[in-house]
Design a protein around this ligand. Structure first.
Ligand SMILES: Nc1nc2c(ncn2[C@@H]2O[C@H](COP(=O)(O)OP(=O)(O)OP(=O)(O)O)[C@@H](O)[C@H]2O)c(=O)[nH]1
Ligand SMILES: [Mg+2]
Length: 455
């Protein structure tokens, strides 16, 4: 992974958009000495955790920008090293110029994604679970995800994991007493104490296990897909929901080839709305790639809206609907047919699904759709699911282990401290990786690849 010895620099605010203020962050050793020739203030006057007004000067002492310098002396800083933060004007050109100056003249290196947080982890300022929490907090698209981020950082979920660890440690120490001090203790009493602490551990694990859900990824990246046969009106509906002409609409069947996606805010949560290629068997290799992509998206989406053209409902629609089991079927182009003959000839069939007659040609109220989508989102989050797959996998593994007979007090007669001890070691490794004190490089790579530069 990343090195810890060099001094790293990055823009922690958005470097691709102009904003009023931009923040440059530097982490390493002896930063003030390195940047001294390029700032207007005598570095001996710089105090830890104070704001100082400075000018940043180039090689010929020309002012590049002026702003605020903050110094955080390690180890009491975000990374555990010395940190300098410069708040300057948010023009990306200026920000790049300052970064380039410090890189070329002071030998600082550009920070990679998440490299500041990586240093915080290595210097034990945070554990891995908190790093994952922070990632959710920064990237979360809904209140639920953001709250789970906070909960992992230092809130309720973090506390539940720590409690689980504590109960594990009590069980482990009761077993160690049994193994190491057999002659000094009442064996029956110690064994009973061991099972008592295992029961507490089980009860805590059970609370977490109830929250493991298959929907984690769907909640993290909720995608709403519009599917259906060619010409059903998917792209028209897509544009209508977004209120802009983003996707090409045409009377020719097979217009949309690759999928098109846009962010859509519904009641404060951000969803990805996706228009897909019409589902059909086709000889055209480009179109068939589009159909394959559409099928992949449908199978992993959070919400599937299937559109049918009311003037052209076929057996293929029935097959597609049976296969993908959509959350909502829209009987589209309702303006072309009288209301009482909407779903002919498949009226009975459609009565099994949540359907909405609809027409892009007429006024429509997007709230009808938004309400349905939001209801599903709220239902999925109602049981407070644990979102991160890494955590769900560990909790499932722990649950399998703790169900073993040897952890049941009915096993009292054939109690074997040696076997139990070796199983507890496996459990210990898993819990430690859940609370984030143990982690392989592969896990770290995976987590940090998602981070932003400057964090
Ligand atoms: N009358 C009427 N025409 C519609 C309606 N919705 C879409 N159309 C027309 O149907 C045709 C196909 O619409 P699209 O939105 O391109 O359909 P699509 O499902 O995206 O089609 P593909 O991209 O080919 O899969 C266009 O000519 C639209 O104007 C509707 O509600 N009423
Ligand atoms: Mg289309």
């Amino acid at each position: 992974m990343y090195s810890l010895n060099n001094t790293i620099i990055a823009c922690s605010t958005n470097l691709s958009l102009t904003s009023a203020i931009g923040i440059i962050r530097i982490s390493g050793e002896n930063i003030l000495e390195s940047i001294a020739p390029f700032i207007s203030l005598d570095i001996r006057k710089i105090k830890n955790r104070f704001a100082h007004f400075i000018k940043i000067q180039g090689l010929n002492k020309e002012t590049i920008d002026e702003g605020i310098l903050l110094f955080f002396k390690g180890p009491n800083s975000y990374t555990g090293q010395d940190i300098v933060e410069l708040q300057v004007h948010g023009n990306p050109l200026l920000l790049k110029k300052i970064i380039y100056l410090f890189e070329s003249e002071c030998g600082f290196s550009t920070a990679h994604e998440g490299e500041f947080t990586y240093r915080a982890l290595k210097n034990k300022k945070m554990n891995l679970t908190q790093v994952e929490g922070l990632d959710l907090l920064i990237h979360g698209k809904s209140d639920y995800v953001i709250n789970e981020g906070k909960s992992l950082l230092s809130g309720e979920l973090n506390q539940l994991y720590c409690n689980l660890h504590q109960h594990f440690l009590s069980a482990k120490s009761s077993l160690e007493i049994l193994i190491n001090f057999t002659e000094d203790i009442d064996e029956d009493y110690a064994q009973t104490e061991f099972y008592k602490s295992i029961e507490k551990f089980k009860a805590n694990l059970e609370l977490l296990h109830k929250r493991v859900s298959l929907s984690g990824n769907k909640i993290l990246k909720p995608r709403i897909v519009l599917s259906g046969r060619p010409n059903a009106g998917k792209s028209s509906f897509f544009n209508r929901l977004l209120n802009k002409n983003r996707s090409i609409v045409n009377e020719a069947a097979g217009t949309t080839r690759d999928y098109v996606s846009e962010g859509l805010f519904i009641h404060g949560n951000e969803f990805e709305l996706i228009d897909t290629a019409g589902l059909r068997e086709t000889e055209d290799s480009i179109e068939s790639q589009g159909v394959e992509k559409a099928e992949d998206i449908i199978s992993s989406c959070f919400y599937n809206i299937y559109l049918v053209d009311v003037t052209d409902i076929t057996e293929e629609d029935v097959q597609n609907i049976n296969k993908s089991n959509p959350d909502l079927v829209i009987i589209n182009k309702s303006d072309l047919i009288s209301t009482d003959s909407f779903t002919q000839p498949f009226e009975d069939y459609f009565s099994n699904f949540s359907t909405l007659p609809h027409s892009v040609e007429q006024d429509f109220d997007a709230e009808d759709f938004f309400e349905k989508i939001n209801r599903k989102f709220n239902d999925l989050t109602a049981s407070a699911p644990i979102l991160l797959e890494r955590h769900s996998d560990i909790i499932n593994d722990l649950n399998d282990k703790i169900k073993l007979d040897l952890f049941s007090s009915s096993n009292y007669e054939s109690f074997d401290a040696g076997i139990i001890s070796s199983e507890l070691l496996i459990i210990q490794t898993k819990i430690e990786s859940l609370i984030g004190v143990l982690s392989s490089d592969q896990v770290l790579d995976n987590i940090f690849s998602n981070y932003c530069v400057g964090k």
